[in-house]
Design a protein around this ligand. Structure first.
Ligand SMILES: C[S@@+](CC[C@H](N)C(=O)[O-])C[C@H]1O[C@@H](n2cnc3c(N)ncnc32)[C@H](O)[C@@H]1O
Length: 232
């Protein structure tokens, strides 16, 4: 399967899922979600993964002054909760239909910028090296291509400030193989592969949690540029 075909497949499949029942495919915990339940579920994710980790995430900055990036925002579940904590949130998703529904759910959140992207890069975002934090959950576990994920990691590296954190979740259960056209069961990463990906993309994989499990969390810190050596 060609790379472009894989990107098209992700967009088409996720558009279809979004048309069928976006909130269910975003969080399969319930078939029907009220706005309030969906909002609470996003707040719960942020409480667990963000508010417990503010030292790594904020690094002394006031969250209200921070600009954060979310990859794979779906119908805006986590995006809304992020926008309640941080000053500015930029969120991308490969599915135009997810972005449309997120737009409705977040219409009262003026600090959120939603963009459909092509499923592998962040060219839709025109600002360079200005993000203070990047986050992604239950997205990469659905991507059937390691190449796509590595490209995202490189793109996040391009957009983050030096030293900033990209905290994200990948599939850590390596006991199965994904198929190139399967946009539900994505590629998995061993601990060694996670470290290797960080190194090859200019990050330090300083913390990892959940290797071998579905929720394998990675803390990638953008390595500071090497100080210029004044000695000839
Ligand atoms: C299970 S949902 C999770 C949404 C959101 N992260 C949350 O936790 O509520 C997965 C989302 O990832 C998006 N997605 C899948 N593949 C993607 C890709 N290659 N690039 C960007 N978004 C992608 C889907 O469109 C979908 O909205």
């Amino acid at each position: 399967m060609k790379f472009e075909e894989q990107l098209d497949k992700m967009r088409l499949d996720w558009d279809e899922r979004a048309r069928q029942n976006a909130r269910f495919f975003v969080n399969t915990g319930r078939e029907q979600w009220t706005d309030e339940e969906f909002r609470e579920s996003g707040r719960h994710t942020v409480e667990e993964e963000i508010l417990t980790d503010m030292i790594n995430i904020c690094q002394g900055k006031d969250p209200k002054q921070m600009k954060v990036l979310e990859i794979g925002c779906g119908a805006g579940r986590v995006t809304r909760a992020l926008s309640e904590v941080f000053g500015e949130v930029w969120a991308v998703d490969v599915s135009g239909e997810m972005i449309r529904q997120a737009g409705e759910f977040l219409r009262d959140r003026p600090n959120v910028h939603l963009l459909q992207n092509n499923g592998t890069d962040l060219r839709a975002i025109t600002e360079n090296e200005s993000f203070d934090f990047a986050f992604s959950t239950i997205v990469f576990q659905h991507i059937p291509s390691r190449d796509v994920i590595v490209r995202y990691v490189r793109e996040v590296h391009r957009l983050l400030r030096s030293g900033a954190l990209f905290k994200f979740q990948v599939q850590g259960d390596t006991s199965f193989e994904t198929k190139p056209d399967d946009t539900w069961l994505g590629v998995s990463f061993s601990d060694a592969q996670a470290v290797e990906m960080a190194e090859s993309c200019g990050f330090e994989a300083r913390h990892r949690h959940g290797a071998g499990q579905q929720y394998f969390w990675l803390w990638y810190f953008k390595k500071p540029r090497r100080a210029m050596n004044s000695v000839a």
